[in-house]
Design a protein around this ligand. Structure first.
Ligand SMILES: *[C@@H]1O[C@H](CO)[C@@H](O)[C@H](O)[C@H]1NC(C)=O
Ligand SMILES: *[C@@H]1O[C@H](CO)[C@@H](O)[C@H](O)[C@H]1NC(C)=O
Ligand SMILES: *[C@@H]1O[C@H](CO)[C@@H](O)[C@H](O)[C@H]1NC(C)=O
Length: 518
């Protein structure tokens, strides 16, 4: 019996819908992100003082993979109009960038305000406004003035006041032009990588101790900045303010293993819950499993007190609820293989306190050892955030992929496409309130200890050319189409040529069904 044209049409429609044709919801916004130290350069001119990354990359260049530094970076201090042109070309709704504390306040404190620093950010904000690009501005993206580090940095409780003062000045100077603020970018990286280890500047490496002193200060500083904004500035400036928490999402390597499932939950509480639980739960304070584990380990080490000091009732209350949205930076998923001390854990340390063994043996590769491509992990993280934190409104404030700097960056496009598709899945299938997406990053830039060896940009930057020319990669064209159409681009030019792409498979499926039915 001949297959009716109706059946063929139905099959076509089914195939079509299986390739994720859903649009992002009304009001969903797209942007790209950068950070001051990674792009600005001009490290020692126009009144800017030294920050902890200047200090590390100059005094210990062997700590940076390719021996580079942020002295010039993308030269955005001088070429910010090129940045704005790129943003305009991409058609983004917003641009996430950070303010350099050492450029605005060279001593870190309010004693000296650098007029050139204020002027620079006003010029950038004005250029964005002229092009209808909303600023999303991070107060602290890792580049602490060295003068404050010399006083102990985030291990010094006085930082609560210095940060509040700095935030106050920024709200006052820029607040009429900025409607969306982020206090801290990735507190985990600051506290664990920079104070509990030496993976980030200032490389304090006070493992198991400094990391928890830092989180105590940082969460209080965040809360103070939030309350200042909420009470003094919001009534007149009408903006919103949040924190961006980063995640490596942990999953059990064997989903059937109850032990691994339980340990993955512990690891997620240590990683994400460390900073999210005090702010986004109704109980507040650190996750109880974290409190228990560190207390138990500390006792076993013969210490009189836990290395993780709990917040008192005042601070639990003061920190709770201090974020208008949950900002999530997400890149990757790692696995938990069992209980015990991770072979790479220092003693004592945050990692040892978890009590689980982790592995990166999962998903596809990138140029960064830690960055494994596991799109489904993103969906699992988002569903977990919905259920753990009472269904918060979420902004993805970073997501991206590293390679070595190719213009035909199919790997990056596939990463964006697959991760964005998971966002669509959780929005439509699970009702997770994801409101916006930020790609990391506008252009190749100084990737911290990886220097320029790992590249995350939508634009290629030639860092040996003094003019720092930027060239759109294929992923820039992909992102431009995404911003314009609000759905995942389907143009075959964005995808590595492959015969067995989904559309081809669908076509052959229809042919076979037709042939059989003949
Ligand atoms: C600024 O740093 C550069 C190196 O990046 C150096 O050559 C220059 O002399 C410094 N300028 C000042 C004013 O210190
Ligand atoms: C923010 O301010 C509003 C209005 O005064 C108040 O109702 C709310 O509780 C404040 N938020 C927090 C977390 O304190
Ligand atoms: C980068 O710039 C340098 C200096 O202008 C030039 O020699 C080199 O060919 C450029 N590299 C690329 C990939 O464009």
């Amino acid at each position: 019996m001949a297959m009716s044209s109706l059946t063929i049409l139905t099959l076509l429609a089914l195939c079509h819908s299986s390739i994720a044709f859903r649009k992002f919801p009304e009001g969903f916004t797209f942007g790209v992100a950068t950070a001051a130290h990674q792009i600005e350069g001009a490290w020692n001119v126009s009144g800017k003082s030294e920050n902890v990354w200047d200090r590390l990359s100059h005094s210990r260049p062997e700590m940076i993979a390719d021996g580079t530094n942020g002295d010039i970076a993308c030269d955005s201090y001088n070429r910010y109009m090129e940045d704005v042109e790129e943003l305009t070309y991409l058609g983004v709704d917003f641009y996430r960038f950070s303010l350099s504390w050492a450029r605005i306040l060279p001593t870190g404190r309010l004693d000296v305000v650098n007029p050139d620093g204020i002027r620079y950010y006003n010029d950038l904000l004005d250029a964005l406004a002229e092009n209808n690009i909303e600023p999303l501005v991070t107060l602290f993206h890792w580049d602490l003035p060295q003068a404050l580090q010399d006083l102990g940095g985030w291990a010094n409780p006085k930082m609560i006041h210095y940060f509040r003062d700095y935030a106050d000045l920024c709200f006052k100077e820029f607040g009429t032009k900025i409607k969306s603020w982020i206090t801290f970018n990735e507190p985990y990286e600051i506290c664990e990588d920079a104070y509990g280890d030496e993976k980030k500047a200032p490389a304090v490496d006070s493992h198991g101790v400094g990391c928890y002193l830092c989180s105590d200060t940082l969460l209080k500083a965040h809360a103070e900045a939030y309350h200042l904004y909420n009470e003094t500035y919001r009534p007149v400036q009408n903006g919103r303010i949040m924190i961006s928490i980063n995640s490596i999402w942990y999953e059990p390597s064997d989903p059937e293993s109850a032990e691994q499932v339980a340990l993955a939950e512990v690891a997620n509480q240590f990683k994400f819950g460390w900073f999210a639980h005090p702010i986004f739960t109704s109980d507040g304070g650190y996750p109880s499993v974290m409190v228990d584990n560190v207390a138990r380990q500390s006792a076993a080490e013969g210490l009189l007190k836990s290395r993780l000091e709990q917040f008192d009732a005042y601070w639990i209350q003061r920190i709770k609820g201090t974020s208008d949205f949950l900002g999530i930076n997400h890149y990757t998923t790692h696995l938990i293989t069992g209980a015990g001390v991770d072979p790479i854990a220092k003693s004592p340390s945050w990692l040892k306190d978890i009590g689980a063994v982790t592995t990166m043996e999962v998903g596809g590769d990138s140029a960064s050892e830690w960055l494994r491509v596991v799109p489904t992990g993103f969906a699992n993280l988002l569903r977990w955030c919905k259920s753990s934190y009472n269904d918060p409104p979420i902004y993805i404030t970073e997501n991206g992929f590293s390679d070595y700097g190719t213009l035909l960056d199919y790997g990056r496009i596939k990463y964006f496409n697959d991760y964005l598709n998971e966002i669509l899945n959780v929005i439509y299938d699970d009702g997770v309130k994801v409101l916006g997406y930020t790609a990391w990053t506008l252009m190749d830039n100084f990737e911290w200890r990886a220097g320029f060896s790992e590249r995350f940009g939508l634009y290629y930057v030639n860092i040996t050319d003094p003019a720092r020319p930027r060239k759109p990669k294929l992923s820039a064209e992909y992102f431009k189409e995404l911003c314009a159409t609000r759905e995942l681009p389907k143009d075959p030019r964005f995808f590595e040529p492959s015969f067995f792409r989904t559309e081809c498979r669908c076509f052959f499926l229809i042919l076979i069904v037709w042939y059989v039915s003949e």
